[in-house]
Design a protein around this ligand. Sequence first.
Ligand SMILES: NC(=O)c1ccc[n+]([C@@H]2O[C@H](COP(=O)([O-])OP(=O)(O)OC[C@H]3O[C@@H](n4cnc5c(N)ncnc54)[C@H](OP(=O)(O)O)[C@@H]3O)[C@@H](O)[C@H]2O)c1
Length: 391
Amino acid sequence: MVAQADAFSANNTQDNTLLVRSPVSKEKIGSDFDSRIMQRCLELARRALGRTSPNPLVGAVIVKDGEIIGEGFHPRVGEPHAEVFALRAAGVNARGATIYVNLEPCNHYGRTPPCSEGLITAGVAKVVVGMVDPNPLVAGGGIARLRGAGVEVVVGVEEAACQQLNEAFVHRILHKRPLGILKYAMTLDGKIAASSGHSAWVTSQDARSEVHQLRAACDAVIVGGNTVRHDNPYLTSHQVGAHNPLRVVMSRHLNLPENARLWQTAEAPTLVLTEVGANPHFQDLLLKQGVEVVEFASLTPDQAMAYLYERGFCSVLWECGGTLAASAIAQGAVQKVLAIIAPKIIGGSNAPTPVGDLGLTTMTEALSLERVRWRVIGTDCLVEGYLPQKS
Ligand SMILES: NC(=O)c1ccc[n+]([C@@H]2O[C@H](COP(=O)([O-])OP(=O)(O)OC[C@H]3O[C@@H](n4cnc5c(N)ncnc54)[C@H](OP(=O)(O)O)[C@@H]3O)[C@@H](O)[C@H]2O)c1
């Protein structure tokens, strides 16, 4: 599950070079041994995929005389940080050892005491850090504290892979919004459903399994009212023991089926975002089934993302149709796009397409994705990339 869950990451850990994302230096930081141990940190960190928000995914490994003597990862918010678990496992042997950690150790009192102090007290001789923590409460402070106490610190080992793993956390910190990922499945002729609205299934089982893993790594998944009416989706990760994201429905009118699968909340929670006063009878019905309802004066993708940010989310998967997708893109609620293309043709001049009207009229205005990667999944092809950032 761990390796598969990373499958949608633009920088799959296997592919990563040792180049550092720094404009001043493109030199390899650290030895091959350092890189291998940092990759182990990332592997450990991924065990908590989907469970740590608003915190990052962090793994730590302690090495002495070339042997791993302690490992740990941050399992969820409120629990100790990765370094604490690794120090506990290493015990007194941590004195004089080297600790590897994919994110700079924290230096502030939050829900847990600062890891920089814990490392100094344990007497570690060297700290190898994957990337600096963008959180203004840390932002180099942990590294400075360690260096001030005479601990050797190396920064930037496997930095690109470390940045990739925590891209949603970094986005949340820098932009005060969750990372928005638009995912859709379409035919070779660019349709996400037949003209009847029927869409099960556009892609192969292999691709659908990867989508389930992607959901397990995200905090929330959003659809619009039409997708509930047409598809009656589950939107779960369909894996025993895996994390299920919060399932979010955006519907202004609440003219939705009373017995939709999304109203069954035993397996996964559901939140309905709507507008003030919409269909009070239906709201009562949802509340009785354990579905949360939140009303907005005006429901927009940006309002939804602002609300999900306040709830502590790092990553939000847009699995909606073209109407809502266009609105989400136009409002800057989407940063990353994952398009799965099935080699089949459905035709239909009125069949829905992945993105509705963006108001663009010439091809020169098209939104060109950046950092684009292509990959074959079973019989389908995945294209992933990032929308250009608005200045
Ligand atoms: N192949 C795929 O990957 C895929 C994925 C998802 C959907 N689909 C297909 O897409 C079709 C539905 O697409 P769609 O675009 O009509 O539906 P949609 O994704 O359900 O989005 C439209 C609905 O979102 C709600 N909404 C709330 N706030 C909105 C806002 N600010 N802007 C726009 N919409 C807002 C409205 O629901 P209310 O009308 O309830 O107010 C609106 O009708 C279905 O045929 C489905 O099978 C395919």
